[in-house]
Design a protein around this ligand. Structure first.
Ligand code: HEC
Ligand code: HEC
Length: 281
């Protein structure tokens, strides 16, 4: 039954790809219950923006609608898969996530503060790195592939229990050096097109580029279910895609550069709601 449902979603995808531009004034309330902050004052450290917007605001009315109801949101199928994984014992220690952490809802608020500093490991960790830390150090299990299906499913579950909670990533203290590295990358021009993230997502959001309506490139809503490839997409894979579009060589998913960039871009969304799993074109 599940695979039939996924096929149905793909058909919806083809229709939505031709839909009209967004209603930029729309508000996002999920399941008529969870109120999302999709626009708010920019944090002080984002000097060139006065208002920050979720990418949802820039999508077509049809794509926006898919995210307003969990039964319509294809990303929620993967949350169900992750709940199964959450409850399944794996690895040498015979432990499940649930054995230590209880119900997934106990993780409410966690997604909102990642990437964050981990004292024991003395490193900035994305949420994927933390999950793999638990798998290898706590469970004696294999790492999941960075931005692989199992990891993205789990990230979707962890995001879903934080929906509506404002992103609140720390930028000072032990993370400051990584944050500055991420900021430098954000303003670096890449590739034959000689474009930085900022050239598109800061200088030109709201404008159309080819057939696409440019957002601010926020990551509060990841992982995103993209109608284009009919699967969940991770933050750093999205960075790769954007850099490739400038015809540049790009960094690897899980590289120090992308961890720094993820930290910085996450902090540009401080104040927007955690929204994942979201729906995008
Ligand atoms: C044997 C116990 C154990 C198991 C099993 C375990 N964890 Fe953890 N987890 C911990 C501990 C202890 C911490 C906090 C210490 C640290 O930072 O590593 C933690 C931290 C976390 C955090 C970060 C919480 C925060 O507030 O920053 C996440 C997310 C997480 N675990 C997810 C998972 C997932 C997903 C699984 C299953 C794949 C899992 N854990 C399995 C013990 C466990
Ligand atoms: C040539 C213009 C261009 C450049 C340069 C660019 N992007 Fe994008 N980006 C896009 C387009 C087009 C989309 C799809 C529409 C949208 O969401 O803005 C997109 C989407 C995104 C998204 C998804 C947002 C969402 O809500 O789904 C993120 C995140 C993102 N970009 C981050 C970046 C980062 C970080 C950089 C720099 C490494 C970058 N982009 C460089 C054009 C660009």
């Amino acid at each position: 039954m599940k695979s039939l449902f996924k096929g149905g979603i793909a058909a919806v995808a083809i229709l939505s790809a031709f839909a009209a531009n967004a209603d930029e004034e729309a508000d996002l309330i999920i399941n008529e219950e969870i109120e999302m902050t999709v626009r708010t004052d920019a944090p002080a450290h984002v000097e060139n923006l006065s208002t920050i917007y979720s990418g949802w605001v820039f999508r077509s009315t049809e794509t926006q609608a898919l995210q307003m109801d969990d039964f319509e949101n294809p990303g929620m199928i993967f949350v169900d898969d992750a709940i199964e994984a959450w409850n399944t014992a794996e690895g040498a220690e015979g432990q499940s996530c649930a054995a230590c952490h209880g119900a997934p809802e106990e993780m409410a608020g966690v997604r909102a503060v990642y990437p964050k500093w981990n004292d024991a490991a003395e490193e900035v960790r994305t949420i994927a790195m933390q999950v793999n830390g638990c798998r290898t150090e706590q469970m004696g299990a294999e790492e999941w592939k960075y931005d692989g299906n199992e990891m993205l499913n789990m990230e979707a579950l962890l995001a879903s229990v934080s929906r509506g909670i404002p992103v609140n990533v720390a930028i000072d203290g032990p993370v400051q050096a990584m944050w500055e590295k991420g900021r430098d990358l954000y303003y670096t021009r890449f590739g034959q097109l000689d474009l930085s993230c900022a050239n598109c997502h800061e200088d030109n959001y709201g404008n159309n580029i080819r057939a696409d309506h440019l957002s601010q490139g926020q990551i509060n809503a990841f992982p995103t279910y993209r109608l284009k490839n009919a699967k969940l997409n991770g933050v750093q894979s999205r960075f790769r895609g954007c850099i490739r579009d400038t015809r540049a060589e790009t960094y690897a998913v899980g590289s120090e550069e992308f961890i720094a960039l993820e930290l910085y871009v996450a902090s540009r969304g401080n104040g927007l709601s955690v929204e994942g799993p979201s729906v995008r074109n």
